[in-house]
Ligand binder design. Structure first.
Ligand code: GLC
Ligand code: GLC
Length: 693
């Protein structure tokens, strides 16, 4: 039974005189709706579930606290109505998740209320301009599946020195056609090695070397104006060892010791390590680091200075929720959830991809729906493909990196054979509605061969040997290889490694330039364009690592910087060479050609509704070197045919006719007309984007 709290929103005589009686009515209606929820639902006769009932009662008990907040903050009634409507809508889900994660805590209700108030405070700090975009996005679900989205990622310091100068580059992003910009972590970091910004010492301040919070907000507003989404990281698996929380833990503050995983001796770490994977084996063996000051072991999945946060503690969830909303309120449209796989630990497991990791993310998602509904998530799970998809849903991460497509595009390029890629696309490309992939060829990280061993076996490939082959190929060790990659995290025990290198160096441009061979340069450029055309057409948001758009080569100078020397990923994170900009107009230069071709591909992608969403049907061809598929969306169709080899190929015109439902096609890229009266020929590494005419 619902009792109105004795506050201004209850039915009290003084309200009748007070001017806000009228305005408070709709809130009262909300309250009545809350009460109505306990009855069988209209028409359906479905009774409130046990979770719904408990959720309702829990929320009812918090109303006095909320009331006090509205009062103290002088919140307007329309605003209250708006946020309360969302809170009520998403609350049963959030409540259910939090009960599942933390319901056993003796002080659960305290934490629950703290979480709600953190959410409400985060919402309260949100600018009206962001709230407007929240409303638009609520009315346009799935807005991020549009063909208009094309992304770029960069490190602010390496790209333009600082945030102010980055704002001056907006015309450049527009020239390239970008509508999504991911700034690599730019928050305050620990001194020295900071893992490319992923060792954060304060989520609420910007690394002074690149600017201030104000600069970020101004940039966000300018990007919004230019129609470019802003993407930042939410590095929520760990903090730097000099974050305030970690410092407090180091000085023996009990409350903050519980923010991390600390152990007096090796007993428990040894038990965990029996089932853990080593992520950075060349940095340190195992997953724990001895801390001299505390005389304790700390859980550090990545570098020794990155301390894993303990989400078994609801206070950590609440604290990170506050940081998340703070970041969102700077004007971020999409948060990249870093290292999602690792956020929950359980003895006897790999401590990766555990069910609770999903529940934590879903809980953050529900909070976002209430406090910052325009915000969406991207999952960074560079794990087995079966696990990657488990993070993707409208209620968890609406978008996700597509590491399998990335790895298999490179695999096809090495083998000149698309069978494994085709198998994966056929079985793994579709996602739930209102979700999408983020497709990429290179990012700031290494390439790992995350395909499924059974998929490989099904097409006659031994996964173990194949990974060794791919590593040899991309580090240039394999006879005849065109690639110039560098090993990353070579594990001497298992022989495992991952690959660093820029797109252009991995695709053969570095070698071709070194050998000064015109023919090899031509092939390398074609490979670069072929991979980009695949990324732009496969379905999902394409995301480039900036510098790729003009064929940046590996930069081996990183070894001169002691903070970078131990991490080969810096080979593919060079400083942007703006002096090359002059060459971009020049078709004759390699950089100019790559840039202009990409610019054109991006433009076409954005003008082609068939590229929206993920709908894809593979077309069988007789040559394994070819990859062919139809992309369709709302009655629009485009056929994509790609030749992954340096030899010409032919595709049977009957297949195109059937797939494209026509006899004449135009290649959107070259403008060339293709008739299915005869078989269609593809040059080395050529691709076709065919549209019926
Ligand atoms: C993510 C980042 C990577 C970083 C790691 C630890 O995987 O992409 O660069 O090293 O998280 O934060
Ligand atoms: C591992 C992690 C991934 C991270 C990468 C950094 O693959 O799974 O999250 O990006 O290491 O190299």
């Amino acid at each position: 039974m619902w009792h109105a709290p004795a506050t201004r929103h209850g039915f009290h005589a003084h309200d009748i005189e007070s001017h806000h009686f009228e305005t408070s009515r709709s809130f009262c209606e909300n309250m009545i709706a809350l009460k109505l929820n306990s009855r069988p639902r209209d028409g359906h006769g479905v009774a409130e579930t046990r979770n719904e009932k408990r959720a309702r009662i829990a929320l009812e008990r918090m109303l006095p606290t909320l009331e006090a907040f509205w009062e103290a903050e002088d919140v307007e009634q329309v605003e209250i109505d708006e946020v309360m409507e969302r809170l009520q809508r998403h609350w049963p889900r959030l409540f259910g998740l939090l009960v599942g994660l933390y319901g056993e805590q003796w002080d659960f209700f305290y934490h629950l209320e703290q979480i709600v108030m953190t959410m409400i405070r985060g919402w309260r700090m949100r600018d009206e301009s962001l709230r407007q975009s929240d409303r638009q996005r609520i009315n346009n679900p799935g807005w991020y599946t549009s063909e208009k989205l094309v992304g770029g990622a960069l490190y602010v310091d390496l790209f333009s020195e600082n945030l102010g100068k980055l704002r001056d580059q907006i015309p450049y992003f527009q020239k390239l056609g970008l509508t999504y910009l991911h700034l690599m972590p730019l928050f305050a970091v620990r001194p020295g090695n900071n893992d490319g910004g992923y060792a954060i010492s304060n989520y609420r301040s910007i690394d002074p070397r690149v600017g201030t919070l104000d600069d970020l907000k101004q940039l966000a507003a300018a990007l919004r104006e230019a129609g470019i989404l802003l993407v930042l990281d939410f590095v929520f698996n760990h903090t730097a060892d000099d974050h305030y929380w970690a410092q407090q833990a180091q000085s023996g503050n009990e409350e903050f010791e519980d923010y991390y995983f600390l152990f007096d001796n090796r007993t428990v770490p040894d038990q965990y390590e029996q089932t853990l994977r080593e992520i950075f084996p060349t940095v340190r063996r195992g997953s724990f680091t001895w801390h001299d000051g505390m005389q304790r072991w700390v859980w550090t999945t990545f570098n020794s200075f990155q301390w894993d946060l303990n989400y078994h503690n609801p206070e950590v969830f609440r604290a990170m929720l506050a940081e998340m909303l703070f970041i969102a309120n700077t004007g971020v449209d999409l948060l990249r959830l870093d290292a999602v796989a690792f956020i929950w630990k359980q003895m006897g497991t790999m401590c990766e991809n555990l069910p609770e990791a999903h529940e934590i993310i879903q809980a953050f998602n529900a909070c976002a729906r209430i406090a910052a509904p325009g915000l969406i998530f991207k999952s960074e799970a560079i794990v087995h493909p079966d696990e990657v998809v488990r993070y993707i849903s409208e209620e968890e991460c609406q978008t996700s990196y597509n590491p399998t497509l990335m790895a298999l595009l490179w695999e096809s390029l090495a083998t000149r054979d698309t069978k494994l890629l085709q198998r994966s696309l056929a079985r793994r490309h579709q996602l739930p509605s209102q979700t999408t992939w983020v497709n990429y060829l290179r990012c700031h990280d290494d390439i790992g061969w995350t395909f499924d061993d059974d998929d490989a076996a099904a097409v006659g490939i031994n996964a173990y040997h194949h990974r060794h082959f791919l590593n040899a190929f991309y580090t240039g060790q394999f006879e005849g290889s065109f690639a110039r990659g560098v090993p990353f995290q070579h594990n001497v025990d298992t022989g495992d490694m991952r690959i660093s290198g820029t797109l252009a160096s991995l695709a053969g441009l570095e070698q071709a330039i070194e050998l000064d061979r015109v023919d090899l340069k031509e092939l390398a450029i074609r490979r670069i364009l072929l991979l980009n055309a695949s990324m732009l057409s496969a379905g999902g948001i394409p995301l480039m690592y900036l510098g790729e758009e003009w064929g940046t080569l590996n930069d081996y100078d990183f070894v001169k910087d002691p903070a970078k020397a131990g991490d080969t990923r810096w080979v593919h994170r060079p400083k942007m060479q703006w002096n090359y900009l002059d060459e971009l107009g020049d078709d004759g230069s390699i950089r100019g050609r790559i840039f202009k071709s990409l610019q054109k591909l991006i433009e076409i992608r954005k003008q082609t509704p068939a590229f929206s969403g993920l709908e894809m049907e593979l077309i069988a061809t007789q040559s394994p070197q070819l990859l062919a598929y139809v992309r369709s969306n709302a009655g629009n169709r485009v056929i994509v045919v790609s030749n992954f080899s340096e030899h010409p190929q032919t595709i049977d015109s009957n297949r195109l006719r059937t797939a494209g439902m026509g006899r004449f096609f135009e290649d959107l890229y070259t403008g060339q007309t293709i008739t299915t009266a005869e078989d269609v020929h593809l040059e080395p590494y050529q691709f076709l984007w065919l549209h019926r005419v």
